[in-house]
Ligand binder design. Structure first.
Ligand code: ADP
Ligand code: MG
Ligand code: ZN
Length: 604
């Protein structure tokens, strides 16, 4: 029988196997619960370190731990990474063929494995469960556990099979892990997995290393280019809503010399897998993708996630943007917002026939629209959505809190717009109104005689983009109605009248610098390694080793590990062991190569 949790021993293994000197918040409590034989339900945001919470107990408890995981690609990466740390790990899924499968089965029977990753359907395969009955099972870990809930955003029918684990293996603890935060999904998942009074750990959803920002979408293609070009060499994800946009954006970036690959459900599976691998292996720096991309990507050094179109909801945005900065280093999440996108999304939702589903989708959409349009701390808004209290004093990690965006009074300009809407008879759209207010001599204006109305040219000193912005914000804040036609027109409502009557004031957000902005604001992400030349040299070495070993570079050593090495220049295996992420196995395999490189750099 297993002993009780021994903290000193666990920390020893943490250092020896993983090369880390302390637990992250929550990890030790979860590990203790599993080692002591309790079920557990763990909600931790992306990058918090969930894998360690089951990989370490797999070494501490007798028998083989089973990890249920939804995606084959993810499984392979996890197994490779675990092996790199010297953990005896293997996997069984539909991609494993005859001979390899027999070998894994042999190792299971011989009790030679600490950790076995399986796809959910494996658990209803008779031959496999018979095999399991003959060996010691340490515990079950269910990764991405929210996939069992139909309330979540990536429900997988295969996951429903997991309901039977607790009846079939009454003695094995079950630990469920997810980064999906809503309480509904939590309760539903615990119930469906039939967890037995689980130890529940809910981490904060704050991601201190992520910087959040919203920009008004004026010209997506050029804004995307500016953004990515200002972050050349940095790995990032650009999300777009349609396949055509994905393709076009990827092409535009490629033309500018960025190694960008497209990813969407319309590409054949081989191309998709290849593009994903290129990104994970740092061969492509940017992936332009629909939301089909992302789950099961454990790439730790994603430095930015740019949404050029509106996400479906707050939860989705949190998950998608949260793929940045898993490694804990600074990363940016930016959303380009245009009211048109909101309108289109609303229009799309109106076609959902199931009323309950439609209402849910609408609520979820309203939240992300409010997030994008309210000038209030982005992180507090997000955390409140997940039921946490935000950092109202200013988070220091969003455009609002650092003063990139400020509310400015635009009451007078708003009145100009509203009065123009009235005077043209509430029959025209935003572009025409902006032309009227600016006093543009367009054919349409001449033909309609709109150059004779009182507000024609009342705002000639400001550019059209400004006026489009004011109109967008009037619509967003409810001071102006925009019809949902193919050519939407603007109409007044009750709120417009109180604004015209001088009863309320109107504020717009001021982007302290517009398109120049992205270009300027990058320094936080330029990591200056103490010794840049050595760092580059170590990176090249890592690249060679990774292609020789056939694993992504980050599995050999993380960027942070290389930065620490180039700063501290260890001269012996003992010194190397004190560096972040360097465990015993890594020293055996790669220690000599890195120590040699550092020594020859010193000597040079
Ligand atoms: P999650 O599955 O929760 O998204 P991962 O398990 O992929 O996160 O871990 C994210 C990163 O954090 C990995 O690079 C991992 O090596 C690192 N990590 C995990 N635990 C620790 C720790 N105790 N100390 C330092 N780094 C850690
Ligand atoms: Mg994970
Ligand atoms: Zn903030």
């Amino acid at each position: 029988m297993d002993g009780r949790y021994d903290g000193a021993h666990a920390r020893e293994m943490l250092s020896e196997v993983f090369g880390f000197d302390s637990f992250r918040p929550g990890q030790e409590e979860v590990i203790r619960a599993i080692v002591d034989g309790s079920d557990a339900f763990v909600v931790m945001p992306t990058g918090a370190g969930k894998s360690l919470c089951y990989q370490l107990p797999a070494l501490l408890r007798d028998g083989m731990a089973l990890v249920v995981s939804p995606l084959i690609a993810l499984m392979k990466d996890q197994v490779d990474a675990a092996r790199e740390n010297g953990i005896r790990a293997a996997m069984l899924n539909s991609a494993i063929s005859g001979a390899d499968r027999s070998e894994v089965e042999r190792r299971i029977r011989a009790e030679e494995l600490d950790l076995l990753y399986v796809a959910p359907e494996r658990l209803s395969d008779g031959a496999f469960t018979e095999l399991l009955d003959r060996v010691r099972v340490a515990f079950f870990a269910v990764d991405e556990a929210h996939c069992i809930s139909e309330w979540g955003h990536d429900f997988r029918p295969d996951y429903l099979r997991l309901a039977s684990i607790s009846t079939h293996y009454p003695d094995a603890p079950i630990a469920a892990f997810t980064a999906t935060a809503t309480k509904t999904v939590q309760d539903d998942t615990i119930e469906r997995l039939r967890l037995r009074s689980p130890f529940v750990h809910r981490a904060s959803f704050d991601r201190p290393n992520l910087f959040y920002r919203v920009r008004r979408k004026e010209n997506a293609p050029s804004q995307i280019l500016d953004f990515v070009l200002a972050r050349r060499e940095l790995p990032g994800i650009v999300y777009r809503s349609t396949r055509e946009h994905v393709e076009r954006t990827a092409e535009a970036l490629t033309e500018k010399g960025i190694a960008a690959v497209p990813y969407h459900a319309g590409l054949d599976p081989d191309t998709r897998t290849r593009h994903q691998e290129m990104f994970v292996r740092d061969e492509a720096s940017v992936v332009v993708a629909t939301v089909a991309f992302g789950m099961g990507i454990d790439k730790p050094n994603v430095r930015f996630v740019l949404h050029a179109d509106l996400p479906k909801g707050m939860e989705q945005y949190y998950q998608e943007s949260g793929r940045a900065g898993r490694d804990g280093d600074p990363a940016e999440c930016e959303l380009l917002y245009a009211p048109r996108d909101a309108q289109r999304a609303r229009f799309f939702l109106s076609s959902i026939t199931d009323e309950e589903e439609r209402n849910r989708a609408e609520r979820s959409l309203s939240r992300i629209i409010r997030y994008a349009t309210t000038i209030a701390c982005r992180k507090s808004q997000m955390l409140r959505y997940f039921g946490e209290t935000g950092n109202e004093g200013g988070c220091g990690g969003c455009d609002v809190c650092v003063g990139e965006v400020r509310p400015i009074d635009a009451t007078r300009d708003a009145r100009i717009v509203l009065s123009a809407v009235y005077r043209v008879g509430q029959r025209f759209g935003a572009r025409h109104l902006a032309d009227v207010v600016r006093g543009s001599r367009t054919q349409k204006i001449a033909r309609l005689g709109h150059d004779r109305i009182k507000t024609f040219g009342a705002g000639s000193e400001k550019p059209a983009t400004y006026w489009r912005g004011v109109i967008d914000e009037l619509v967003t804040q409810g001071y102006l109605e925009q019809t949902e036609d193919r050519f939407p027109i603007l109409r007044l409502n009750r709120a417009s009248r109180s604004l015209l009557a001088g009863k309320v004031n109107f504020e717009v957000s001021e982007y302290t610098a517009r398109s120049e902005h992205n270009r300027r604001r990058t320094p936080s992400l330029k990591f200056q390694p103490a010794d840049a030349d050595l760092y580059e040299k170590l990176r090249a070495l890592r690249r060679d080793l990774s292609s020789a070993a056939g694993v992504p570079a980050y599995m050999i050593f993380s960027d942070r590990t290389l930065r620490e090495m180039s700063a501290r220049k260890p001269a012996s295996p003992g010194q190397l062991r004190t560096i972040y992420g360097v465990g015993v196995r890594k020293i055996d395999r790669y220690g000599a190569a890195f120590l040699d490189a550092i020594a020859s750099f010193r000597g040079a």
